[in-house]
Design a protein around this ligand. Structure first.
Ligand SMILES: Cc1cc2nc3c(=O)[nH]c(=O)nc-3n(C[C@H](O)[C@H](O)[C@H](O)COP(=O)(O)O)c2cc1C
Length: 381
């Protein structure tokens, strides 16, 4: 899988998400199978790049995957300077954000509001592409509003200007995050350009990933919100899409317990204890959302101030479910009584393998099924 001259192990991508997809979370997702991750959006004005927040957003932190820096702005020269600086600071790819509907970004005709002005889009892309030697990619929505879905026009301009890859979120700017994503425009874009196209929007299960790929013929998919609190979705999607998939592959994930504790450790070392604990609180709330009766944990964990307290609470939270689920498994085994030896062996093995991953959250497959029930797999409307 190539974007420009950069090789990716797969195009199952973690979406750039400001305030979520920081370097530690990107690392967690990469460890769990994501083949591509992008930095949180960075304002193109390089005079602001010395702030602590931007420096943290620029850091690649670990050499897992090619580092993609995303920039947002509206002025071709400012964006070109930002792209040059990003390259100098180690970006393997520079991604331009024309998908963000946030008022803060759109008021200045940046993010997705640029889609209103294809001529400006052309000037920006041309200028940025000629300013760097690394590949430039573009992230867009399907258009400005449902009445003007000009994604295909923008995609043609992008290819024409030398952009190496395109991610398309199947909503218009005016749709914000409302309703369901539509994939017809993504399919039309894929049918128009020859550069790689990554489909994005509402992909929250392996089955949905497969369906979106089949429908759009896109080269890859990007997952955003569904990865919050469920980064193992990348492993599940990867296994599901793999032709040699093992039906039991869901059980082979490292335990959820370990994933969460390693994530917290990464946050402490990346941000330092105080900020790390604060950032950890929101991720723990997301991890907890897949667990019933997690309210008490959530209430307490958002108040803790030290890494020690946060780790203790998290361990206790995971263990509570681990012990409960183990007890239930033992009881149901005794009740079954007559199960044959093979079944017994299987459940012992499952107990060993599942540990906290199945016990703490139900299996990650259950989490997917649960999310599937919430999601609507509608591909066109
Ligand atoms: C909290 C949050 C922050 C986001 N920040 C960015 C960003 O910095 N850059 C960007 O291009 N898109 C951003 N997005 C949009 C996502 O990359 C993605 O396109 C969108 O969430 C749709 O994908 P999903 O349905 O899988 O979540 C953000 C989305 C969310 C929910």
């Amino acid at each position: 899988m190539r974007i420009g001259d950069i090789e990716f192990r797969n195009l199952i991508a973690l979406a750039p998400m400001a305030g979520v997809a920081d370097a530690p979370f990107r690392r967690v997702c990469a460890d769990l199978g994501a083949g591509m991750t992008t930095s949180e959006m960075i304002a193109a004005d390089i005079n602001l790049w010395e702030s602590r927040k931007t420096r943290q957003r620029l850091r690649s932190w670990g050499k897992h995957l090619p580092h993609i820096t995303q920039i947002a702005g509206y002025d071709p020269e400012i964006l070109a300077a930002a792209a040059r600086r990003a390259q100098a600071q180690g970006a393997a790819i520079v991604d331009i954000n024309m998908g963000c509907p946030a008022k803060k970004v759109c008021r200045r005709l940046a993010g997705s509001s640029l889609l209103k002005d294809p001529r400006l889009v052309r000037r920006i892309l041309k200028r940025v592409v000629e300013s760097v030697t690394v590949p430039v990619t573009l992230k867009i929505r399907t258009g400005w509003c449902p009445a003007s879905r000009n994604g295909v026009v923008i995609a043609r301009i992008a290819e024409d200007c030398g952009v190496s890859g395109l991610t398309v979120h199947g909503r218009t700017r005016n749709c914000k995050f409302n309703g369901v994503a539509e994939y017809d425009t993504i399919r039309a874009i894929k049918g128009t350009v020859t550069i790689p196209v990554i489909a994005n929007g509402d992909i929250d299960s392996p089955e949905k990933a497969r369906a979106v790929l089949d429908y759009t013929s896109a080269d890859g998919i990007m997952i955003g919100r569904a990865a919050r609190g469920r980064p193992w979705i990348f492993s599940e999607v990867k296994n599901f899409l793999s032709s040699e998939r093992d039906e039991n592959s869901f059980l082979h994930l490292p335990s959820v317990h370990d994933i969460i504790l390693n994530h917290l450790d990464s946050l402490y070392s990346f941000y330092g204890e105080s900020t790390g604990v604060r950032v950890g609180r929101k991720h723990l709330s997301w991890y907890a959302q897949y667990q019933e009766r997690a309210d008490v944990f959530r209430d307490r964990v958002v108040r803790v101030e030290t890494a020690r307290e946060q780790l203790e609470l998290t361990r206790a939270f995971c263990n509570r479910f681990s012990h409960k689920a183990s007890a239930e498994r033992v009881r149901s085994g005794r009740e079954r009584g007559g199960e044959d030896d093979q079944q017994k062996e299987n459940s012992q093995q499952e107990e060993k393998e599942g540990e906290c991953s199945t016990a703490c959250y139900g299996s990650s497959k259950q989490a997917v099924e649960c999310a599937d029930r919430r999601s609507v797999t509608r591909l066109s409307h």
